[in-house]
Design a protein around this ligand. Structure first.
Ligand code: OOB
Length: 542
């Protein structure tokens, strides 16, 4: 048994009671909600796939029931973990709702994850099954299934299954299944992480449904809304802010975008009359550049949400004139807290802030290095606690002791200031994480891999500023003997089985780190010193 054996830290009873009293937690489960939506919206289309095929609410409900029976037949039970790695296809929702209905917990992997991440998720959660696709973007996911099959009982494939179980063969006669309680865990979401291993985020039906319902209200979704899922469906932003689940909640229609390039996305916006979608800042820049020349009619688009990383003010100001739609900034985290600019906020607020919290019961503290509250308007560390923010990571007791305060506030690692209007402005970051255009990379995870290369004596991975991505990664390597080629270092990370977005964009060989001679210092301080040197003329960034 692993030492970190407390699976998840529940909300203290007095907080849970208050969140129920305030009407935030209404005792619903996702499985139950889908049943209600099917009754209410019936044959209305819930999901339109990229090829134009539609799936109605009642049909989705029925397919989730059949699939739940199929997973049950495989031996999947309430509380079991199932790693789900599917692209933006209708099966993603059928599988996830089937597992919700069973009370089994989807573990949301991203399509970009490779053997290193998938094996870790399977092992750390002791998953019983892994569900993925056959081939996606030229990569054969059955290779990952072969790895996963060492620890999971079943690998289930959407598409040609090879030696594994075909998802299409699992739809069975629906059966009565007890289902989870609203306070039970619904799934495990991924954290970008700032340590060697990614952390898993346990979310309950109660808390997540609240964030979904409130987000749908804030964004004004209704039955006429058409939400295009442009980012990977498993990510918290397109899943719940208000995302696909918020759209279902409002009885709208979800359009699945297979690739976010302007050619694909704009064609779908025109064909499906999309009203709202969410993107990360680099994608917003690409869309802004492409929009003036596009042959496609984008006039249905009412709201472009941008989040996941800081959106530069100059770019933010271009959204409305160029795309002829309203910008909404979204500053959220899979751990919970989500902030939105609102439709009735003045333009100045929409372009210069990252919004304000969803809930009147989101507690925000901005503190200095000693956890003392800073004066209003001063930048400091953002701590938060509230009705949809976790109290601890999954099976991570030791890490939780530092990632949360004694009174349950989550240390976001973000540096923010609060405006007099109560809006948050993200000023920077204190955590050891690189935000590569919304994709989060823990420096330590990549360093640990590189330290395994025979020609690497020492290494520090840091983010370097980039106009397009916000940040790119640079690995500073002290070679052992003759320096290998940079391409070899990058290939080594790729071969290690990490997702491609974690491969350093740049590799610099140095003889020593700027701080050697000071004795043994933390890697954290080393990275800070390297980042500081980037700004010096002739420093490693030059
Ligand atoms: C979203 O979630 P995660 O878990 O991938 O990443 C959370 C982190 C935040 O702590 C912050 O460092 C950064 O991403 N971030 C932003 C931001 N939105 C996220 N930094 C600056 N400006 C923003 N607008 O990224 C996420 C989850 C739900 C909704 C939207 C984004």
């Amino acid at each position: 048994m692993p030492a970190d054996r407390i699976d998840h830290v529940p909300y203290p009873p007095e907080f849970a009671a208050r969140y129920r009293e305030r009407g935030h937690w209404r005792g619903e489960t996702f499985g139950g909600l889908l049943r209600e939506w099917a009754r209410r919206y019936g044959d209305r289309t819930a999901i339109t796939a990229a090829d134009g095929t539609g799936l109605g609410y009642a049909e989705l409900d029925d397919r989730a029931d059949r699939l739940a029976a199929g997973f049950h037949g495989l031996g999947v039970r309430a509380g079991d973990r199932v790693v789900v790695q599917l692209p933006n296809v209708p099966e993603f929702f059928e599988v996830v709702f089937a597992l919700f209905r069973l009370g089994a917990l989807p573990v949301f992997a991203l399509p970009a994850h490779r053997a290193a991440e998938i094996s870790y998720f399977c092992e750390h959660t002791e998953a019983v099954a892994y569900v993925t696709t056959a081939v996606h973007e030229g990569f054969d996911h059955r290779e990952l299934a072969r790895e996963a099959a060492r620890t999971v009982r079943h690998a289930v494939i959407a598409g040609e299954p090879g030696e594994f179980t075909a998802l299409s063969g699992l739809y069975a006669e629906p059966r009565d299944l007890p289902g989870p309680e609203p306070s039970d865990l619904a799934f495990l979401q991924l954290s970008g992480g700032s340590t060697g291993l990614p952390k898993l985020i346990p979310r309950t039906h109660d808390d997540y449904i609240y964030s979904v319902r409130a987000s749908a209200e804030i964004c004004g979704l209704d039955e006429d809304s058409v939400y295009m899922c442009t980012l990977p469906a498993a990510h918290n932003f397109p899943l719940s802010s208000p995302g696909t689940l918020g759209t279902f909640y409002a009885g709208g229609r979800v359009v699945l975008c297979p690739r976010p390039d302007p050619g694909t996305a704009f064609a779908l916006i025109e064909r499906e009359r999309v009203t709202i979608t969410g993107v990360v800042p680099p994608l917003a820049l690409v869309w802004l550049d492409a929009a003036p020349r596009t042959p496609y009619d984008l006039s249905s688009l009412e709201i472009l949400q941008v989040g996941g990383a800081k959106f530069a003010e100059e770019a933010a100001r271009r959204v409305e004139p160029v795309l002829k739609c309203r910008l909404q900034q979204v500053f959220g985290m899979a751990e919970g807290l989500v902030n939105y600019t609102r439709d009735d906020d003045p333009d100045e607020i929409v372009t210069t802030t990252q919004g304000r919290p969803i809930s009147p019961d989101d507690e925000i503290r901005v503190v200095d290095d000693e956890d003392r509250e800073v004066p209003p308007g001063t930048p400091g560390h953002l701590l938060t606690r509230g009705p949809y923010t976790i109290r601890g990571y999954y099976r991570a007791e030791a890490h939780n002791a530092t990632a949360f305060t004694a009174d349950g506030f989550y240390r976001t690692g973000d540096i923010v200031r609060v405006t007099p209007t109560g809006h948050l402005v993200v000023e920077g970051r204190a955590k050891d994480q690189i935000n590569r255009g919304g994709e989060k990379i823990a420096a330590e995870e990549v360093e640990n891999v590189l330290l395994g290369h025979p020609a690497v004596a020492d290494v520090a991975v840091v983010g370097i500023p980039d106009d397009y991505l916000g940040e790119r990664t640079c690995a500073y390597v002290i070679p052992r003997g003759e320096a290998p080629r940079a391409a070899e270092i990058r290939a080594f990370v790729r071969r290690s089985g990490l997702a491609a977005f974690k491969v350093p964009d740049r590799v610099e060989f140095v003889e020593a780190f700027p701080v050697t001679g000071v004795g043994k210092i933390s890697r954290r301080r080393l990275r800070a010193a390297l980042r500081a040197r980037l700004d010096e003329p002739g420093g490693p960034g030059e």
